[in-house]
Ligand binder design. Structure first.
Ligand SMILES: [Zn+2]
Length: 264
């Protein structure tokens, strides 16, 4: 199934327009690759990047060695009635990055590429020994996840509190709750998703330009790391580069020419 067909409101052109505005119309040399789920799903290694236990780091070593003689562990299916779709696989963000890299024949030194996916990517956090959903996995290729944007940053606290009253199979309850908080989080059918993608694209641009890249502490700066949907919505509404990062941008372009390139 084609990415744009699944997500009616996704528009590559709209996303790139926002991106250009955010980086003050500078021309950027950048490859964007859009991968249809269908073509990627043919990769035989893909099944090994599915997470089998949310509290255990997937075996990266086996993955690197190759899996010719091994069987994948049964993947866990994440179920959450408050999201639509309500059940889905989780993917280890770094393992799937390896799969994409092979699939695209990319080397570490190649021009930076971006993959847009609807798969839900997670990375393992040692501090609480748990996988967490991510909006973006940096590297080459960088992967920006549609589902990660929806499910990575948390919905409001009150939403979660009210969801405690949920009783099994009460679809009306979920509908009402999602309706009540519709303005407080992004969902798949929201056209603002294009703007969200552009913000993560800018973050990746800084990541490849600045070896010491760190997220910004200023929550109005588009390089802020959004843990909450409200943060992300606020960036979409009025986020800009802060003065410090604007200066960096001007520095990036001082001595080099760039051109914008997209392959998709
Ligand atoms: Zn900043």
């Amino acid at each position: 199934m084609d990415f744009e067909k699944i997500h009616n409101n996704f528009s590559m052109d709209a996303m790139l327009d926002y991106f250009k505005k955010l980086i003050k119309e500078y021309d950027v040399k950048f490859i964007i690759l859009k991968i249809d789920s269908e073509s990627l799903d043919k990769c035989k290694d893909l099944k090994f990047s599915k997470i089998s236990n949310i509290n255990k780091l997937q075996n990266h070593l086996n993955f690197q060695k190759g899996y010719q003689n091994t069987l994948p562990e049964p993947p866990c299916i994440y179920q959450n009635p408050f999201y639509n779709p309500s059940s889905f696989f989780l993917y280890d963000g770094f393992l799937i990055q390896d799969v994409y890299r092979k699939f695209l024949n990319l080397n570490f030194n190649d021009e930076p590429a971006v993959v847009l996916t609807d798969k839900l990517l997670c990375t393992f956090d040692e501090s609480d020994s748990k996988y967490h959903a991510r909006t973006i996995v940096f590297g080459n290729p960088a992967i920006i996840s549609f589902s990660g944007i929806i499910m990575g940053p948390a919905r409001p606290r009150e939403y979660h509190l009210k969801s405690l009253f949920y009783q099994n199979n009460d679809s009306e309850f979920i509908e009402l709750l999602n309706y009540e908080y519709a303005e407080k989080f992004l969902d798949y059918d929201n056209p603002k998703i294009n703007h969200a993608f552009s913000i993560f694209l800018v973050q990746y641009f800084y990541f490849i330009r600045d070896k010491k890249f760190k997220f910004c502490n200023n929550n109005n700066c588009i390089l802020f790391n959004c843990h909450w949907q409200e943060d992300l919505l606020s960036l979409i509404e009025k986020g800009e580069l802060c003065n410090k990062h604007l200066k960096c941008l001007n520095k990036f372009f001082k001595n080099c020419s760039n051109e914008f390139r997209t392959d998709y």
